[in-house]
Design a protein. Structure first.
Length: 158
């Protein structure tokens, strides 16, 4: 591959670099996250959790972070990379869907804190809203955001 060739989202998802990695939370970070350790996950780990969420159920980025922290024995899962890797997983799934694959990561089931739909996923909030309504969820407008009504009742616990 030429250094000027852009990687596909699936290639980015598969590129684990040197992740997962557990790091001690720095003094500066501890003001926001508290003391302890943070796991910086591999992109595929985030995708793996997103893939497991069954139809009609939901998960939040914070739930994914908690699962990753437990899996790796860390205090927290990195909020920055977990969010970025969830977006990469969503775009990789969108690539697959555009090629006709039916079994893709159901990224629309992964919400932001408070049940907020992630407008940065492929197709924006409108596309996520359609997917979620098709699975029986009611979507409401809350300020500038779209939120899954009573999302807590539909959280996936596995």
């Amino acid at each position: 591959m030429s250094p000027y060739t852009k990687k596909s989202w699936r290639e980015k998802l598969a590129d684990s670099k040197d992740f997962p990695r557990i790091e001690v939370i720095t003094e500066k970070q501890s003001k926001r996250w508290g003391p302890g350790t943070v796991v910086v996950p591999a992109p595929a780990e985030v995708d793996e959790i997103m893939r497991m969420v069954p139809e009609g159920k939901l998960i939040t980025i914070n739930d994914i972070r908690e699962r990753l922290a437990r899996k790796h024995g860390a205090t927290i899962g990195c909020p920055i990379t977990t969010g970025i890797f969830a977006a990469i997983a969503a775009r990789a799934a969108d690539e697959e869907a555009k090629e006709g694959r039916k079994k893709i990561t159901p990224y629309w089931r992964t919400l932001k804190r408070g049940g907020v739909i992630n407008e940065k996923y492929p197709g924006g909030a409108a596309a996520q809203k359609k997917f979620l309504e098709k699975e029986g969820h009611k979507i409401v407008k809350k300020g500038k955001n779209f939120v899954v009504a009573e999302f807590e009742k539909h959280l996936w616990k596995a």
